[in-house]
Ligand binder design. Structure first.
Ligand SMILES: *Cc1c(COP(=O)(O)O)cnc(C)c1O
Length: 366
């Protein structure tokens, strides 16, 4: 250290990192070791042994010394076929759909640009907007969690959003908004509308075929909730003119060679995941039914692999389950419509039975 620097305080993040970033809270990930993990909408089933062997073969010869092909033609062709992506659309790949959300917002975030969503919804739309310095406008849904079409239309008129994000089904409420209302919304939107179909496998409803109709529509999905959360792969389909521009924001090698190979291999055997989803939907129905029978528990109808329920004391239910080895999410305090609400991810039949036993024990102790 030379004399001029003596007594100088080393620069810290307070003088470098934006104040609004320092004020942000990082996306919460709960410690889950040894717990029945029903907090993050993961598929609880492992892949069958024969498929894991094939994945081993597929990655064994991967050229790890080379950068991945940024265009991932084989994976995109597989996705197009398996997911019935219309021929008039191109595909954008992301390191999870979280990255696609960030790319879309970054590409659109001119000074003063607005990103709009019905709320409560997936937190990353607001979080990515904040990071990109776009203004996020949340339009409350109705008390029954349906889309307030009137309020959405009025907000679009007032704020002229560059991008509207709609989670379909909606996380964390679990319901699908009315398709005709959404179609009208896409028609009158002044910008891009992104329909986020992270839970499409469980809902069996999709705007994918309607990409033919709407030039300002993007349909985004992920393989995470389907059973491959560890891979980090999201994809979005839209008209080539949209994909071409948003693609410029993408880090050049954002999807690694292992993700490309493994996803391609699993998608060859897509039926395995579809069958697991069928089991999870049956289990969701069972859980809905059993939760509804508990006094003081009001589960909401869900089209996803999780159930939102209102209870008398969300924090006590969360803690009681945690003490009994079951990890869920409490949403109390995140939005007025979610007062005393908790969210259960649907697990294996055994895990769901454990959850129900822990719920009964917990409620008895309150
Ligand atoms: C989980 C989730 C995502 C993020 O998925 P990744 O592909 O794992 O990043 C996106 N949208 C919604 C609505 C989600 O619930």
């Amino acid at each position: 250290m030379n004399d001029a620097n003596k007594g100088r305080r080393a620069p810290g993040p307070e003088s470098v990192i934006r104040a609004d970033i320092r004020a942000l809270r990082a996306y919460p990930v709960q410690h889950a070791e040894g717990m029945v993990k029903l907090d993050a909408m993961e598929n609880p089933f492992a892949l069958p042994r024969w498929l894991r062997e094939q994945i081993g073969d597929a990655v064994r010869d991967a050229e790890l010394n080379r950068y991945p092909d940024p265009h991932a033609p084989e994976l995109k062709a597989r996705l197009r076929e398996v997911m019935a992506i219309p021929e008039n659309c191109d595909i954008l790949l992301g390191n999870g759909s979280d990255e696609i959300i960030a790319m879309v917002i970054h590409a659109a975030a001119a000074p003063g640009a607005v990103i709009l969503s019905p709320v409560p919804t997936f937190v990353m739309y607001g979080m990515s907007s904040a990071i990109a310095k776009a203004r996020f406008v949340g339009v409350p849904i109705a008390a029954d969690f349906s889309l307030d079409e009137h309020a959405m239309a009025a907000a679009m008129e007032e704020h002229r959003p560059a991008v509207v994000f709609v989670s379909y089904p909606n996380n964390p409420t679990g319901n699908l908004f009315a398709e005709d209302a959404l179609a009208r919304l896409i028609e009158r939107a002044p910008g891009l509308v992104v329909i986020d179909e992270a839970y499409q496998t469980f809902a069996r409803r999709s705007f994918m075929p309607r990409l033919r109709e709407f030039p300002n529509l993007m349909v985004m999905r992920t393989v995470s909730k389907l059973g491959l959360a560890g891979l980090r792969l999201g994809y979005a389909a839209a008209r080539p003119e949209w994909i071409r521009e948003i693609d410029k924001v993408r880090g050049p090698y954002n999807v690694g060679v292992l993700t490309q190979r493994v996803a391609g291999k699993v998608l060859e055997h897509h039926a395995v995941l579809e069958e697991q989803a069928v089991t999870l939907v049956a289990e969701r129905k069972r859980l809905e039914h059993e939760l509804a029978a508990l006094s003081g528990v009001h589960p909401y109808p869900s089209e996803a692999n999780f159930i939102l329920a209102r209870v008398r004391d969300a924090q006590a239910v969360f803690e009681g389950l945690k003490d009994r080895g079951v990890l869920i999410r409490t949403l109390h305090g995140s939005h007025p419509l979610l007062e005393q609400c908790v969210r259960f991810t649907v697990g294996t039949p055994e895990e769901n039975s454990l959850l129900m036993r822990a719920m009964r024990d917990t409620l008895q102790g309150l």
